[in-house]
Design a binder for this molecule. Structure first.
Ligand SMILES: Cc1ncc(COP(=O)(O)O)c(C=O)c1O
Length: 438
C-alpha cells in the first residue's frame, strides 16, 4: 500500500529521512480518563501492587535484586559533564536528567519492566489454576520443585528484535519454563548467543520484526502448551512498563524537583513497536496528569509511530508505505509498524514524536561513555535529542506556546536511556569506534 501523508510541518522532513519533530494535533489534556479507551488508569496502581507482590519471588530468582528487595529499578541521574558535552549547558534547558534503564538489572534494558512482569504473572496464574499456589501462600513457592515441574511443561514464546526476547527468555528460564524467541533479522548476534546459553530456543527469521511476531503467534495458536507474549497487543507488557512512572515520581521528589503547571516535565522515550514508551507514557499521565508531556523518538528510517499517527488513518500505516526502509543500527527500534493497541491509547495522550540519525546515536553513545560513564546501546541513546527539539526547534517552541509554558528554565527533561548493560565489551568498543569514524 502507498500512503500520502497529510499536510504537516514535519511531513517533508520525515519523508526525506531528515531528523524532525512532529507535534500531535490531537493531543488533549485529561485524555487518560476517556471512556472509549481499552484500558483504565487504575490498572497502573494494580501493576505497582503486582510488582510488590512478586518482589520476594524476583529476589529469590535473581540474586542481583537482593539489594533492592526484589524491585527492578533504575537510577535517575542528573546530567553534569554530559550536559555540557551535549550542548545543554545553558539554563534555558532547565533540569536535564537521565532515567538509566540502560543499567536495569536482570535483562539490561527497559524490556525487563515488561517481559519479566508478564512471565512472572503468567507463572502465578498458572500455578493458582493448577492448585500449586493457594491464596495466602508465600509467592516464593513458585521457585520450588512442584512449580518448576509444572512450568517445565510449558513454553513461553515471543517475537523480538532482541531485548524483549532477552527479558522474556531470562524470566522464563529462571522459573523453569521452556522458552522460544523468534528473532527478526535485525537482532544482534550477541543477544542470540546470550539466550542460547540460557537454554532458550532461538529461531532466527530472515525478515523484519512484524514477520517474526506473526510466526511466533501462529506457532502458539496451534499448541496450548505455548504461552505467547504478544508485543503487538499485550496489555500486561504495557502495564509492567507503566509502573516506572511512580518510581520516577519518587525519585524526582527525593531530588526536590517539583512537577506542576509552572514546572512541566518532559519525557523522551525511544520507540520500537511502542509498548515500552506507551506504557511509561500512560503511567506518567496517571501520576503527573497534564503537567507531563511525553515524546517518542525513532530512527529516521523507522519512524513507525510518527508516520502512523501523522497519517490519522484507522488502518495501521507502516514506514514502507511512505517509502522508508526500516534500516537502522538501532535494533530495538527497527520496527516498521507500530502496535495498533498502543496507537489507539496514545492518540490523544502523546505530545509528539521526533526522529534521529544513526550517526548521532553513536556520537551520543560515545559522549555518555566519556563524560559520565553511562553504558548504552545505540537505541538507548536516541532520546538525547529531546531537549534540543523542544527548546530550539520551531515546532518545539510552538508546542510550549500552545501549552502556555512561558519559562522553560523551570522545566525538567528526562531522557530515558533504555538499554546497554549486557552489551559485550568488544561490541561496545566497536560502537565507540564508530562514533569516532562518523
Ligand atoms: C533498547 C531499547 N529501547 C527501546 C525499545 C522500544 O520498545 P518498544 O518496542 O516497546 O517500543 C526497545 C525495544 O526492543 C529496546 O530494545
Amino acid at each position: 500500500m502507498t500512503i500520502t501523508l497529510p499536510d504537516d510541518p514535519a511531513r517533508e522532513d520525515v519523508l526525506a529521512s531528515r531528523p524532525t519533530l512532529w507535534l500531535n494535533t490531537e493531543y488533549r489534556n485529561g485524555s487518560i480518563n476517556d471512556a472509549h479507551l481499552p484500558v483504565r488508569p487504575q490498572l497502573v496502581d494494580e501493576a505497582k501492587a503486582n510488582w510488590e507482590r512478586l518482589a520476594p519471588l524476583l529476589q529469590t530468582c535473581f540474586p542481583e535484586l537482593v539489594a533492592s528487595g526484589g524491585a527492578i529499578r533504575s537510577d535517575l541521574i542528573e546530567l553534569t559533564a554530559l550536559r555540557e558535552a551535549l550542548g545543554y549547558g545553558s539554563e534555558a534547558f532547565g533540569r536535564v536528567l537521565v532515567k538509566a534503564d540502560n543499567a536495569l538489572p536482570v535483562a539490561g534494558s527497559i524490556k525487563a519492566r515488561g517481559g519479566v512482569y508478564e512471565v512472572f504473572l503468567f507463572a502465578e496464574s498458572l500455578a493458582i489454576r493448577e492448585g500449586i499456589l493457594g491464596k495466602n501462600d508465600d509467592i516464593r513457592k513458585l521457585s520450588e520443585k512442584d512449580a518448576k515441574e509444572l512450568f517445565s511443561k510449558y513454553t513461553i514464546a515471543v517475537g523480538s528484535t532482541g531485548n524483549l526476547g532477552l527479558s522474556v527468555g531470562v524470566a522464563a528460564r529462571a522459573l523453569g519454563f521452556r522458552a522460544t524467541v523468534h528473532m527478526s533479522s535485525d537482532a544482534k548476534s550477541w543477544k542470540v548467543e546470550r539466550l542460547t546459553k540460557l537454554g532458550v530456543d532461538v529461531v532466527q527469521h530472515q525478515a523484519d520484526y512484524t514477520v517474526a511476531v506473526e510466526n511466533a503467534r501462529l506457532e502458539a495458536e496451534q499448541d496450548s502448551s505455548i504461552y505467547f507474549v504478544d508485543d503487538e497487543q499485550s496489555q500486561q507488557l504495557f502495564f509492567g512498563y507503566s509502573a516506572a512512572a511512580s518510581e520516577l515520581a519518587e525519585q524526582l521528589q527525593a531530588l526536590g524537583i517539583v512537577v506542576d503547571a509552572q514546572h512541566p516535565l518532559f519525557l523522551y522515550l525511544p520507540c520500537g513497536i511502542g509498548g515500552a514508551p506507551g506504557g511509561v507514557t500512560y503511567g506518567a499521565k496517571k501520576v503527573f496528569g497534564d503537567n507531563v508531556h511525553c515524546f517518542f523518538v525513532e530512527p529516521v528510517e523507522s519512524p513507525c509511530a510518527m508516520v502512523h499517527m501523522m497519517s490519522g488513518s484507522e488502518e495501521l500505516v507502516s514506514v514502507y508505505d511512505v517509502g522508508l526502509t526500516n534500516r537502522t543500527e538501532a535494533d530495538g527500534m527497527a520496527v516498521a509498524r507500530m502496535s495498533a493497541f498502543v496507537a489507539r491509547v496514545m492518540r490523544n495522550m502523546l505530545a509528539g514524536v521526533f526522529t534521529v540519525k544513526d550517526a548521532d546515536l553513536f556520537r551520543w553513545l560515545r559522549l555518555s561513555h566519556e563524560t559520565q560513564n553511562i553504558r548504552l546501546e545505540p537505541s538507548a541513546a536516541a532520546a538525547f535529542a529531546g531537549p534540543d527539539f523542544i527548546v530550539n526547534h520551531r515546532s518545539g517552541q510552538r508546542f510550549c506556546q500552545q501549552q502556555g509554558i512561558s519559562d522553560m528554565r523551570k522545566a525538567t527533561h528526562v531522557v530515558w536511556t533504555t538499554g546497554g548493560l549486557f552489551v559485550p565489551q568488544d561490541q561496545y568498543e566497536s560502537f565507540l569506534e564508530r562514533a569516532v569514524a562518523a
